[in-house]
Design a binder for this molecule. Structure first.
Ligand code: HEM
Ligand code: HEM
Length: 240
């Protein structure tokens, strides 16, 4: 009688894990700045922190950072590029089966399922920021572009700004829960530490290319200038 062959070892089991840099400084700074800004945005709009003027400033910063992250998804460091981590339904299904059997190993950047939530978070943040530009409480807070569109559009955008905040909060809750669950279930991965330090423990060198923060700062400055020009143009209407 033949003995059953031992199941093949997965990558993660067969090789010792080594720390490799995955997230560049730009991606990490954008992430933690977004976390801080979202808290400040809810604080200024809902809990009376500072004033709505600051709500606008924090909102502009979110718009610039989201646009920068999207551009970085095309021209940034390897692990931050959408082409590196956005996968189709087959990969997502395979990942979910892999999670179940603990055979997936260590994804270099976001896992196929996490990639969807990254895209959704960025999209909802963009919708929140853009709708804010046109929103108004019709009393004393007027988004900078609200004077350039009809009252019906202002009402619609204000409604979107209100409804989307709930969607955003829900998705952020889900995001934090998923990250914490992941940290508990697959403790070796240290997802949160990786978003802080940039390093992950992987079975093999992912051979990633990194792009310095200088290019990102230039892009951010260009985006901020563009937004400033749009806001100025929007506000100029009050002068007539
Ligand atoms: C306002 C709250 C938050 C927002 C809007 C947010 C948004 C995001 C976004 C857009 C990404 C994708 C990163 C990229 O590729 O650039 C991401 C990833 C990540 N976030 Fe958050 N995040 C929030 C809160 C948090 C908190 C509180 C934690 C820690 C407990 C956290 C931990 C992580 C981790 C570990 C990743 C990487 C996940 C992976 O390796 O696939 N996030 N988050
Ligand atoms: C992505 C970032 C943003 C978040 C998370 C956010 C969040 C919020 C929240 C929670 C409210 C309270 C809504 C309510 O009354 O229930 C609010 C109101 C408001 N926000 Fe934002 N906001 C963001 C960006 C912006 C931007 C960029 C602007 C404009 C420059 C803006 C302009 C306004 C205005 C005018 C209101 C008052 C509208 C009303 O009373 O319904 N927001 N925002």
């Amino acid at each position: 009688m033949h003995a059953q062959p031992a199941p093949a070892k997965t990558d993660a089991e067969a090789r010792p894990l080594v720390r490799y840099r995955v997230w560049d400084l730009t991606t990490r700074l954008i992430h933690w700045a977004l976390v801080l800004l979202v808290v400040l945005l809810f604080g200024t709009a809902e809990w009376g922190w500072l004033s709505m003027r600051w709500h606008f400033y924090f909102g502009y910063a979110v718009l610039v950072l989201v646009a920068l992250r999207v551009l970085w998804g095309f021209v940034g460091s390897d692990a931050s590029r959408f082409a590196h981590f956005v996968r189709g339904p087959h990969a997502i299904a395979a990942y979910m089966r892999g999670t179940l059997w603990r055979h997936f190993g260590h994804p270099v950047s976001h896992n196929p399922l996490g990639a969807l939530s990254v895209l959704a978070l960025l999209a909802l943040l963009a919708v929140q920021g853009i709708s804010g530009l046109f929103a108004s409480d019709a009393i004393d807070t007027f988004g900078p572009l609200s004077g350039r569109v009809s009252d019906a559009t202002v009402r619609l955008m204000t409604r979107i700004h209100e409804i989307n905040q709930t969607l955003l909060l829900g998705l952020i809750g889900l995001h934090i829960a998923a990250v914490l669950l992941h940290a508990l279930a697959r403790r070796e991965e240290h997802l949160i530490a990786a978003m802080v330090t940039g390093y992950k423990r992987l079975a093999r060198d992912p051979g990633l290319r990194f792009i310095g923060i200088g290019g990102a700062l230039l892009l951010a400055a260009a985006l901020a200038f563009l937004l400033w020009a749009v806001v100025r143009w929007g506000q100029a209407v009050a002068a007539y």
